[in-house]
Design a protein around this ligand. Sequence first.
Ligand code: AP5
Length: 215
Amino acid sequence: MHDLILLGPPGAGKGTQARWIVEALGIPQISTGDMLRAARKAGTPLGKQADAFMTAGKLVPDEVVVGLVAERLREADCTPGFLLDGFPRTIPQAGALGEELARHGRKIGTVVAIEVDDEALVKRLSGRRTCTACNRIWHLAFDPPPSPDRCACGGALLHRDDDKEETIRNRLRVYHEQTSPLIAYYERQGVLRRVDGSGAPDVVRKRVAEVVGGK
Ligand code: AP5
C-alpha cells in the first residue's frame, strides 16, 4: 500500500512530481489546491467560502479542508494508496488525517519533503502556466509550452491569480509559519524523507524515485 504525502513550499514542484508518481504507482493524486480551485470555478458554497483565502494566499480553515479530504479518502480508488499533495498544511490537519486513517486501520507510509530555497520558488511561481484543459503544468523559461498561451493539448494556459509576486511572498510566509512545523512532526514519527528539489524536474524526479519507487 502506498499512503504518501508530498510536502513542500509553494512552487517546490509537488504538482510536477505528482504527475509521474501517480502514474508509476497506480494511485490517485489528491491535491487540495486543485479541489478548491475546481469548487471555486464551479461556484459551489465551498468554493465561495475558500475564494477570499486563496486569493490572499492564506490557508482555507482547517475544518473545511479536513472534511473535504476525509470524504475523498473514503472513495474506492484510494484502497491501494493515495498521494496527498498540499495536505496536510497545519498540525491540526495532520492530526485529523492521522485519526481518519487510524479509523480505517491505515497510517502514513512516507512523507516526501521537497526542499527549495525561497528565491528559486518566487522565480518558479511567477513563470508558471497551467493548462485549463489537461492540467499540465508548464514554466515559461524552465519547461516552456509550445506557445505562451497554449498547451501542447491545445488548451488555454492560465496564470494563477495567486502567482503574483506579493501573493507568492505571502504564501511563503504562511508556509514557514504554519506548514514547515510538519517536517519535525513527521520526522518524529519516523516517516519523513527529505529530497533536494533544486535542479531540473528530471533530476528531482530521480531523487524522488529513490524514495517512493517507480522511475
Ligand atoms: P496549492 O494549489 O496546494 O498551492 P501550493 O502549495 O502553493 O503549491 P503550488 O501548486 O503553488 O506549487 P507546487 O509545489 O505544486 O509546484 P509546481 O509543481 O506547480 O494551494 C493553493 C491555495 O489553496 C493555498 O494558498 C490555500 O489558500 C489553499 N489550500 C490548498 N490546500 C490547503 C490546505 N491543505 N489547507 C488550507 N488551505 C489550502 O511547480 C511550480 C512551477 O515551477 C511550475 O511552473 C513548474 O513548471 C516549475 N518547476 C517545477 N519543478 C521545477 C524544477 N525542478 N526546476 C524548475 N522549475 C520547476
